[in-house]
Design a protein around this ligand. Structure first.
Ligand SMILES: *[C@@H]1O[C@H](CO)[C@@H](O)[C@H](O)[C@H]1NC(C)=O
Ligand SMILES: *[C@@H]1O[C@H](CO)[C@@H](O)[C@H](O)[C@H]1NC(C)=O
Length: 223
């Protein structure tokens, strides 16, 4: 009788192990723009596996079954050899801004894990002559804003100078006459010495910085 009883401390450990299992923590994969990366997922499936964007669960970006794998959206792929071994990794060949988001790995109709794909903040230094145009790539044309922190300003938050939503530019009264938007590029015309400072391109949806430009304006004196 005694031999088949589980000691109490083992039972307790067993229970604790289950209680402390994290509730499906979301992994984030950060990649540089235009570089390849992989979203991890592991499970042996008997029917099929697929990856979907959380915002569009009906359309898979890639899918596998016992005979083959398909890319349903350009730039995403799964490997059939890996699939058969239980490796459902989603490979992204060249990350771009439209690919950012939360992805779900699904196996035989069951959600296995979620992975967030984000693109590393780009950092640029720009030197410009007074009177020239400053061009800032916003990378996206929806729900993005530009924040300016002046060279002498002690304000840690800076000033929001423009927002762009659905390709429409909306700047403060001071900046409106000097700015224009072409695709995802914001132009600030006729740069002055006082325009030096830091320009932050921030995605309003995810509150994520896409690009930080440090702009210096050359002195007006000749060298
Ligand atoms: C992305 O990278 C490829 C080669 O790795 C290069 O040919 C292409 O110009 C790059 N595209 C952009 C938009 O940087
Ligand atoms: C532009 O932005 C201001 C304040 O940021 C807002 O009050 C105004 O409604 C916006 N205009 C448009 C056309 O989006």
């Amino acid at each position: 009788m005694e031999s088949c009883r589980v000691p109490h401390h083992v039972l307790l450990l067993f229970i604790l192990t289950f209680i402390t299992v994290p509730v499906s923590a979301v992994t984030t994969v950060q990649v540089k723009f235009n570089q390849s990366t992989a979203l991890p997922c592991e499970r042996k499936c008997s029917l099929e596996a697929k990856w979907t964007l959380f915002s569009n669960r009906d359309d898979a970006v890639a899918r596998c079954d016992q005979t083959s794998c398909w890319s349903l959206k350009e730039g995403f792929k799964m490997s059939h050899d890996q699939y058969l071994k239980g490796d459902l990794t989603l490979t992204i060949t060249a990350a771009d801004y439209s690919m950012r988001g939360l992805y779900t790995c699904e196996c035989d109709g069951e959600d296995i894990n979620d992975v967030r794909l984000s693109i590393e903040t780009m950092i640029s230094s720009v030197q410009i002559n007074p009177g020239e145009d400053l061009q800032l790539d916003l990378h996206v044309s929806e729900r993005v804003k530009v924040i300016y922190k002046g060279g002498d300003s002690a304000d840690p938050y800076g000033e929001q100078i423009c927002t762009v939503d659905r390709s429409s530019l909306n700047c403060t009264a001071e900046y409106t006459p000097r700015t224009s938007l072409t695709n995802t590029v914001l132009t600030l015309r006729g740069v002055k010495l006082t325009d030096r400072g830091v320009y932050i391109v921030r995605d309003m949806e995810n509150n994520e910085d896409l690009h930080i430009y440090t702009v210096s304006v050359r002195g007006t004196y000749s060298v």
